[in-house]
Design a protein around this ligand. Structure first.
Ligand SMILES: [Fe+2]
Ligand SMILES: [Fe+2]
Length: 379
C-alpha cells in the first residue's frame, strides 16, 4: 500500500470514528446507527492493520498527524475528531493490531461519555498525553519540532518489553516491590504474539548490546518457555506462573557487576562466584516479595542446576530439580547459544545447537524435555 493509499484510508477512518463517537453520545447503546459507524470504523482499521501493526494519531496544535505526516482531510471532520480527543485530554491514540470490535466499541462509548477522565488504556488501544522531555529544544513553529515530538512519542510507544523487564528487575533492588501486574501483562502479550505467529521462534530478539543482554535474554526466555509450556499442555494459571518464573529467573543478575556480566574472556574464580550467586540472590529477592508464585522462587534457585545433579548452586544431599526449572534451563541454554555473547562473536549454528541438546539429554537436561523441545525448534 502506498503512502497516499494509507492516507486515503486514514481519511476514511477518521470521519467514521468521529461519527461513531458523536452517535454514541446521542443514541442508546447498540442503536443500529451507532453500531454501523463503529463497524465501518473497525473495517477500515482492519484494512489498515494489513499494512501496519500500529496506527498512531497525534494531536499537535490543531493538526492531526499520522504516520509522521499531517492528515489531509477536507471538511470539518478533522476539527471534530481533534475536539473529541481534546475534550478527553488525549493527545495521542494508538490502535494496535489484534483490536476487537468489542474493544473499539467500548473505547468509543467511553469517549462519548462524560466519565472518561480515568478511562484506562486497553490492551489494543493506547492513549494519553504527549510528554516532551526537552521543552527548550523544541520550537513548535518549526518543522523539526514535529519530528522531535513524534520521535518522543515513538520512543514512548516502542518502550520495549526489555525495558519493562529492566524496570521489574530494578524494582527488586533495595527490596522494592515487583510490579506483578506488569509481569502478567507482559505474559499476556507474549502468549498473544505466540498464538498469532506461525513460527513463534521468529519473535526472539537478537542481542543488541552486552549491557542489555540480561533483559533481551529474559524476554526471549519468557517467550520460549511459554511457547514450550503450551506445547507441553500447560494451561491457565499454571501457564501464567510458569511465565512469571521465566521472566523473573535471572532477577539475581541485577546485583551482579556489569563488568562480570559482559566480560569477554574467562572469569576469575571470584568473578565466577559473583556470577553464580545470581541464582541464590534471585531466589532470596523473590522469596521476600509478596504474591510471587513459589515456582518463581524455585526456578530462580534451580535454573542452572542440571538434570544429573551437577551445576549450581551446589546443595548438600540429593536435590530434585522441578520440571519448570528444567524447562527454563532448556530455554535459557537455547537462547544463550543462539545469540552472540561477550565471549563468542557468532551465534552457534542450529545443527550444533541440536547436537548440544542431544548430547546433554539425560545429563544436563531432562530427556523428555529435550525430545519435546526439539519438536519445536527442529521443524
Ligand atoms: Fe541465570
Ligand atoms: Fe538466564
Amino acid at each position: 500500500m502506498s503512502s497516499a493509499e494509507f492516507q486515503k484510508l486514514m481519511s476514511k477512518m477518521v470521519p467514521q470514528f468521529t461519527a461513531a463517537v458523536q452517535n454514541a453520545g446521542i443514541y442508546p447503546d447498540n442503536h443500529p446507527q451507532s453500531l454501523s459507524y463503529i463497524q465501518e470504523t473497525y473495517h477500515v482499521l482492519e484494512e489498515l492493520f494489513e499494512v501496519k501493526g500500529k496506527i498512531t494519531l497525534l494531536l499537535i496544535g490543531d493538526s492531526l498527524m499520522v504516520d509522521n505526516r499531517p492528515l489531509t482531510i477536507t471538511g470539518s471532520c478533522e476539527t471534530a475528531f481533534a475536539q473529541i480527543l481534546r475534550n478527553n485530554a488525549i493527545e495521542r491514540v494508538t490502535f494496535i493490531k489484534g483490536l476487537t470490535l468489542l474493544q473499539l466499541k467500548e473505547f468509543i462509548r467511553n469517549l462519548s461519555s462524560a466519565s472518561v477522565s480515568d478511562m484506562p488504556s486497553i490492551r489494543y488501544i493506547k492513549f494519553g498525553k504527549l510528554e516532551i522531555k526537552d521543552h527548550e529544544d523544541l520550537d513548535k513553529d518549526h518543522d523539526d519540532s514535529y519530528a522531535a515530538e513524534i520521535d518522543t512519542i515513538h520512543d514512548m510507544e516502542e518502550k520495549t518489553t526489555d525495558e519493562r523487564i529492566k524496570n521489574i528487575y530494578r524494582d527488586t533492588l533495595g527490596g522494592g516491590k515487583i510490579n506483578l501486574e506488569d509481569t502478567t501483562e507482559i505474559i499476556r502479550l507474549f502468549t498473544d504474539n505466540i498464538h498469532r505467529e506461525a513460527n513463534p521462534l521468529q519473535l526472539l530478539a537478537k542481542t543488541k548490546s552486552n549491557d542489555e543482554y540480561t533483559f533481551t535474554h529474559t524476554t526471549n526466555v519468557g517467550i520460549l518457555t511459554l511457547f514450550f509450556a503450551e506445547h507441553l499442555g500447560f494451561k491457565g494459571s499454571y501457564l501464567n506462573d510458569i511465565g512469571v518464573a521465566a521472566i523473573l529467573h535471572d532477577t539475581g543478575k541485577i546485583k551482579t557487576p556489569d563488568k562480570v556480566l559482559s566480560k569477554p574472556g574467562p572469569l576469575t574464580s571470584d568473578e565466577r562466584e559473583a556470577m553464580e550467586t545470581h541464582a541464590i540472590k534471585g531466589a532470596i529477592n523473590l522469596m521476600e516479595q509478596a504474591n510471587i508464585p513459589n515456582i518463581a522462587v524455585l526456578a530462580a534457585f534451580e535454573h542452572h542446576m542440571k538434570y544429573d545433579g551437577t551445576g549450581y548452586p551446589r546443595t548438600k544431599g540429593k536435590w530434585e530439580q522441578n520440571i519448570v526449572s528444567q524447562m527454563i534451563s532448556v530455554a535459557d541454554v537455547y537462547d544463550a547459544l543462539r545469540t552472540t555473547r561477550p565471549y563468542r562473536q557468532d551465534p552457534v549454528p542450529m545443527d550444533q545447537i541440536i547436537q548440544i541438546f542431544i548430547s546433554g539429554s539425560g545429563t544436563a537436561f531432562n530427556p523428555y524435555l529435550v525430545e519435546r523441545f526439539l519438536d519445536l525448534i527442529d521443524k
